[in-house]
Ligand binder design. Structure first.
Ligand code: C2O
Ligand code: CU
Length: 464
C-alpha cells in the first residue's frame, strides 16, 4: 500500500518479479516552465461561452528528445486553462477520440447532476458529450479531469486534467499580481520506462519518482524581481507535495480550493494533497537579479522523488510592481445553523490479496445511496483516516465546504477558506461543514488519491 515513506524502488512485486524500470535520469532545470495555453471559446451562444474540445491521444515531449504517449484535451499535456466568470455559463462539448470511455468532471464546481461527470455516466470513444457549467458560484481555481469509474486513475495519470479559473468582481477588484504575473502551475509525478513511456501501475507511489510542473520535469521560470501569484494544483494521483523555498523564506498563501482566503496566510511551508489547490504570492523583490531559487519538496526519507526539487525561479530582471496583497481578501458568509451530523471513516486494507478502499466499511457501489441529505441541509461531517500508515484525503462533489476542526483544533489560516478537498494524514480527523442548497441529485464523495478511489474508497450522497 501507498505510504508516505514508500517501498523501495526495486520492489518487483507489482510486475510479477520483473525489475521495474526506473526511467531515464533527468537533469533538473534544463527546460523552461511552459505556460499553459488559455483555451478560446469557439462560439458564444445565449450568453454562454462554448468550447469544442477533442479528447485524443498524442505524443508529448516530456523528457528531452523522447516522445511520450499521452491522453489529452485538445492535444495539450496537461490540459489548457478555461477562463470563466461567475454568472456566465460555460458549455464544454467534449469529443471523445481517446479509444477509451471517459467522463469529465469539473472539480470543485456546483453543477447539475447531468453535467457533473459522475463515474458511471461515461461516454464512449467516437461519441461526444456536452457539459454545461452554470458558474453560479464565487471565484475559484477549479480543474477538470477524467472520472470514468475504475479508469479515472489511469486516465488522469496519462494526461486528462486541465485548469478552469473562475473569476468574479470580488477577486478582480483586488490589486493582486495579474496578467503575466499570475501563473498556473500544475504539479504531478510520473513513472517512466526507459523509452520515456508512462508506466501505470496501481498504487505505484514508489515508482512515480519524476516530478513534472506543467508537463515538464523540474523546469525553471525566469521571473522579475517583484511579486508573482502562482496558482498551484496538485494533479498527482497519490503524491503529497510539502513545498518550501530553498532559502526557507516565507511566502503568502492567498487562496485555496474555493478561491481566496479571508486573509492572507504567511508561511514557509505548504502541504498539498492530491487535487488540492493553493494560490500563493512570492515576492522576488527581496532577491538580487541573478538569484536562482529552488522550490523544494521536503517529504521525509523514503520519499521516492529522486531530487527533492520541483522547479527553480531565476530572477533575471527588475520590474515595477504596482500589485499588493490586501490584509482582507474576501468575506465569507456566516455558517448556517447545523441541521445534521455524520461521520465517515476512510480505510484501505488488503482483503483476500486485493487492496480495497472503503468509506464506513463499504466499497463503492454505484447502485447504492450511502447518504440521504435533505435539500437545504447544512451538515457537520467528521471524517477520519483510520489507517495509521497511509495518507488519504476527502473530496465532495457539488459543494465547497468549510473546515471547522483538524484533530480537535482550529485549522490554520491555510484552511480558513472554502475547500472541496481536505488532507487526512494517517490517523487524522477533520470536521467540516457543508451546505446543500444548490442542486438536487446524486453525487459522489471520495478519497482523491485516485488509486484509492479506484479501489473503492468512494460513496454516493443524494440531495433531495
Ligand atoms: Cu476531482 Cu470526484 O473528483
Ligand atoms: Cu485514500
Amino acid at each position: 500500500l501507498m505510504t508516505a515513506g514508500a517501498a523501495p524502488r526495486e520492489d518487483a512485486a507489482a510486475t510479477g518479479g520483473a525489475a521495474v524500470p526506473v526511467g531515464p535520469a533527468v537533469q533538473p532545470f534544463q527546460v523552461p516552465l511552459p505556460l499553459l495555453p488559455v483555451l478560446t471559446p469557439g462560439a458564444t451562444r445565449g450568453g454562454a461561452d462554448v468550447y469544442d474540445i477533442t479528447m485524443r491521444r498524442t505524443g508529448a515531449e516530456i523528457l528531452p528528445g523522447l516522445s511520450t504517449d499521452v491522453l489529452t484535451y485538445d492535444g495539450h499535456f496537461p490540459g489548457g486553462i478555461v477562463r470563466a466568470r461567475s454568472g456566465r455559463p460555460v458549455v464544454m462539448r467534449q469529443h471523445n477520440q481517446l479509444g477509451v470511455d471517459t467522463s469529465v468532471h469539473l472539480h470543485g464546481a456546483s453543477v447539475p447532476v447531468t453535467s457533473d461527470g459522475d463515474p458511471m455516466n461515461t461516454f464512449a470513444s467516437g461519441t461526444s458529450r456536452t457539459y454545461t457549467y452554470p458558474n453560479q458560484q464565487p471565484h475559484a481555481s477549479l480543474w477538470y479531469h477524467d472520472h470514468a469509474h475504475h479508469s479515472e486513475s489511469e486516465n488522469c495519470y496519462r494526461g486528462l486534467s486541465g485548469s478552469y479559473l473562475l473569476t468574479d468582481d470580488v477577486e478582480e477588484a483586488l490589486p493582486l499580481p495579474a496578467g503575466r504575473y499570475d501563473v498556473t502551475v500544475a504539479l504531478r509525478d510520473a513513472h517512466f520506462d526507459d523509452d520515456g513511456q508512462l508506466l501505470y501501475i496501481l498504487d505505484d507511489a514508489a515508482g512515480r519518482s519524476t516530478i513534472l510542473a506543467n508537463g515538464k520535469p523540474y523546469p525553471y521560470l525566469q521571473v522579475a524581481a517583484r511579486k508573482y501569484r502562482f496558482r498551484l494544483l496538485n494533479s498527482s494521483n497519490l503524491r503529497f507535495f510539502a513545498l518550501r523555498l530553498a532559502d526557507g523564506s516565507p511566502f503568502t498563501q492567498i487562496g485555496s480550493d474555493g478561491g481566496l482566503l479571508p486573509r492572507p496566510f504567511t508561511t514557509d511551508a505548504l502541504l498539498l494533497s492530491p487535487a488540492e489547490r493553493a494560490d500563493v504570492v512570492i515576492d522576488f523583490s527581496r532577491y538580487p537579479v541573478g538569484t536562482r531559487l529552488v522550490l523544494e519538496n521536503t517529504l521525509g526519507p523514503g520519499d521516492p522523488d529522486r531530487t527533492g526539487k520541483v522547479m527553480r525561479f531565476d530572477v533575471v530582471r527588475k520590474a515595477p510592481d504596482p500589485s499588493r496583497v490586501p490584509s482582507v481578501l474576501r468575506t465569507l458568509p456566516p455558517l448556517p445553523p447545523v441541521t445534521g451530523r455524520r461521520s465517515f471513516d476512510l480505510n484501505v486494507a488488503v482483503v483476500g490479496g486485493e487492496p480495497q478502499g472503503t468509506i464506513n466499511g463499504r466499497v463503492y457501489d454505484p447502485a447504492r445511496i450511502d447518504t440521504d441529505i435533505p435539500y437545504g441541509a447544512s451538515e457537520v461531517w467528521t471524517v477520519t483516516n483510520t489507517n495509521t500508515d497511509v495518507p488519504h484525503n476527502f473530496h465532495m462533489h457539488l459543494v465547497q465546504f468549510r473546515v471547522l476542526e483538524r484533530n480537535g483544533k482550529s485549522p490554520t489560516g491555510a484552511e480558513a477558506g472554502l475547500k472541496d478537498t481536505v488532507c487526512l494524514l494517517p490517523g487524522e480527523t477533520v470536521k467540516l461543514q457543508a451546505t446543500f442548497d444548490s442542486y438536487r441529485g446524486t453525487y459522489v464523495y471520495h478519497c482523491h488519491l485516485l488509486d484509492h478511489s479506484a479501489m473503492g474508497m468512494m460513496a454516493r450522497m443524494r440531495i433531495r
